[in-house]
Design a protein around this ligand. Sequence first.
Ligand SMILES: [Zn+2]
Length: 382
Amino acid sequence: MQTNFEIKKSNTLRFFRTLRQQSPLSRKELERLTGLSWGSISAISSELLQKNLILAEKESATTGRPPERLAVNPSVALSLGIDINSVGLSLNVVNIVGASLHAVFVPLPSAQKEDLLATLKTEVHRILELFPALIGINLSMQGKLNRKTGESIRTNFFTDWKNVPLVQFFEEEFHIPTVLYHDPEALLTYHMHADRRLREARNCIVIRVDDGIGMAQLFNGQLYETGEDTSCELGHTIAVPNGIQCACGKHGCLEAYSSLRGMKAAYARKSGRDPEEFPIALAAQDEIANAVMDEACRYLGIAVANLFTLFDVDSILIDGLVPAQLPRYYERTQDYARAYLNADCNLLQSSYKRDAAAIGACLLTTEKRLEEIIFDDSMYPV
Ligand SMILES: [Zn+2]
């Protein structure tokens, strides 16, 4: 049986979660949405107002006395999200409702591990001068990682990068609790928060396509976790038996064909031109560039069709730099997915946001630490 204290705790969490999802709300609206009694609503709101976790705002009144509306305080429990991606580094200071208060994007200094870590260190110190009271650092990282040890085991985009103890590196330098996430799970969390089409989703998949290809899955309303070592690597499933060699060492991986890096390399191989000219050639409807992208979309379309067949998900969301910037990529992939499925499918294109994964990483941690944020007063030294 629950003790009074446990009941109060769970009621307070319900109250706070509701307000976090939709602020501002009057006490009456909170009573209706949470199903809590008027007495509980009054007691909990007084306590949270006193702790400064929520704020009271008067409605701009017309006549009579307007009901006081409550909102989560947007300035408490700020955390830092960092997406470490081959496209660049996105750093965001994020509040408890997932709004980014400060955003920095830094192009990669080089692909060398030491340069990358040094840049991260400098940028985080700069942000801490502006926001000294961050409660956490949340990392979103490509490739294979170990959740338990906080190590980035490998990525094919940086040199010298093997078993890098990222969490340890940040905690020793900044003395702030740090968590490491696989980037697609942070991305999926962001979209579930920001994209109305996914709000009620129970089973869906997000695929991130940029220099690499990553995937995360929501399964029965929960993020599907593959264990200590993340291994949900769609990009390294085989698209072409004995195909071209992938950066991971295998031959014929999806990523070697359908990612930006794969397409650039294919364009250079087939045209003899500079790989960096690929996006320009594609925009100019160059025949070779078009054929390269068509092949990329065909293999991704097959992967998408297979995922729909395998998991019976409600929707698959395609995100990343490639569908956002390459014309026709998303549409061609959808055409192929429908053709191979022999049916329509709910393939969605996300509205691209470069710092979505950094914000999503913060949302993941905030949800996990909500109890601590509400009840542990030592988090906010006066
Ligand atoms: Zn591979």
